[in-house]
Write a protein that binds this ligand. Structure first.
Ligand code: GDP
Length: 365
């Protein structure tokens, strides 16, 4: 049996693996002849219309089919989780289209963020990704505060294209963005020739129609290693916090309860590297001595998420590696935040769940 949301094989054994649904829920669904979606797809607010999908599933081809009908694409990404949402799977699909990059959740950045520099940084990242998005199509917005929304709307009007497709990873604010630019009637229907549902909406006082596609699930972000309820709690609600740590050799810096790095070597002039951590308050950063690692991993008060005692660490396979991060670079953890290094280079051993991606990138500031 396959999940009707993402097409993954349904299973009841392992909550951390794709396709999981609790056995009793599955039984109930079958008995009541209801559609079966895995726990990950059971995202309540989307449940009645667009179910998120995984891009490496059968739906990938369906998205390609839909894309054939569109010249203009609005790609919504999350500035706080740029690495987790500006992903090559999407870039490759929409390459060659008239792309607008909607960089959302700007309100969560620290007050001190220099927006001009941020724009240059975004343009650099776009270039590195190998896609063509004109500078004035890169829109830094906050749906929450309304910043940049009107200007984006005006810009859309100038494209003279009558329809645009909205794409993006889940939780980037795709639905919030759509609701803020369209008012009036929104209809949901299966897109012809595919099994996917799309949401169609008209931008008021224009001839432009926006088509919203299902959100795309990733499998390599920190949030992906937790259940759906924890994932919702991990969505940042306030400006991200900046914390600075001087981390001595053999000291460990934890990010959440699943990732840590151990400084192997001091930086310049044999001084310990200074690590600045940019994280939502929903995710902890904690420095500790190496010998305390095991204690801390099982002490739910200091490291979070997970937020409760029921989390089963045995479900997760951890792996180790070595990273070197030079001054001027960040270590970004998709689905969490990032660390920037002063007095580097930082040479560290890292421990992380197998499959969690990390990215060494040019510093955002
Ligand atoms: P989707 O899954 O991409 O459709 O994302 P949603 O529109 O459901 O938004 C996901 C979460 O991000 C929700 O908790 C929203 O309240 C929040 N969100 C959306 N836009 C913004 C924004 O501009 N700033 C902040 N701080 N939160 C936002």
């Amino acid at each position: 049996m396959k999940c009707e949301g993402c097409g993954v094989e349904i299973q009841t054994e392992d909550p951390k693996k794709p396709g999981y649904i609790p056995e009793n829920v599955l039984k109930e669904k079958i008995e009541n002849n209801e559609s079966v979606v895995c726990q990950r797809c059971f995202k309540l607010k989307h449940y009645n219309y667009l179910l998120p999908i995984t891009i490496n599933s059968d739906f990938s081809r369906e998205i390609d089919k839909i894309l054939r009908d569109f010249e203009t694409v609005l790609w919504v990404v999350d500035v706080i989780d740029f690495e987790g949402t500006f992903i090559k799977e999407i870039a490759e699909k929409i390459k060659g289209k008239n792309i607008f990059l909607i960089v959302n959740k700007i309100d969560l950045l620290p007050k001190s963020t220099p927006y001009e520099k941020l724009k240059d940084w975004l343009l650099l990242r776009i270039k590195e990704m190998g896609i063509n998005i004109p500078g004035d199509h890169v829109r830094m917005v906050s749906v929450k505060t309304g910043m940049g929304i009107e200007k984006t709307k005006r810009l859309l009007l100038q494209t003279e294209k009558e329809k645009a497709l909205v794409v993006g990873v889940t939780n980037v604010g795709k639905s919030s963005f759509l609701n803020s630019v369209v008012k009036g009637e929104i209809t949901v229907s299966a897109y012809s020739g595919t099994t996917l549902k799309v949401l169609k909406a008209k931008v008021p006082n224009t001839d432009i129609q926006l088509f919203d596609t299902p959100g795309i699930f990733t499998q390599d972000r920190l949030c992906d290693f937790f259940d759906i309820y924890t994932q919702v709690k991990m969505i940042p609600s306030k400006k991200i916090k900046i914390k600075t740590f001087t981390v001595n050799e053999k000291n460990v810096l934890f990010i959440s309860g699943l990732f840590w790095l151990k400084v192997l070597k001091n930086g310049v002039n044999n001084l310990p590297p200074i690590i600045t951590v940019f994280l939502p308050e929903e995710i902890s950063a904690h420095r500790a001595k190496e010998e305390r690692v095991n204690d801390l991993l099982h002490n739910r008060e200091v490291l979070f998420p997970p937020y409760d005692d029921n989390f089963d660490f045995d479900q997760i396979e951890f792996e180790r590696g070595i990273v070197k991060i030079d001054k001027g670079n960040d270590l970004a953890l998709p689905g969490a935040g990032w660390l920037s290094i002063k007095r580097g280079p930082l040479v560290a051993e890292i421990s992380k769940p197998k499959g969690l991606r990390y990215v060494v990138r040019k510093s955002m500031k």
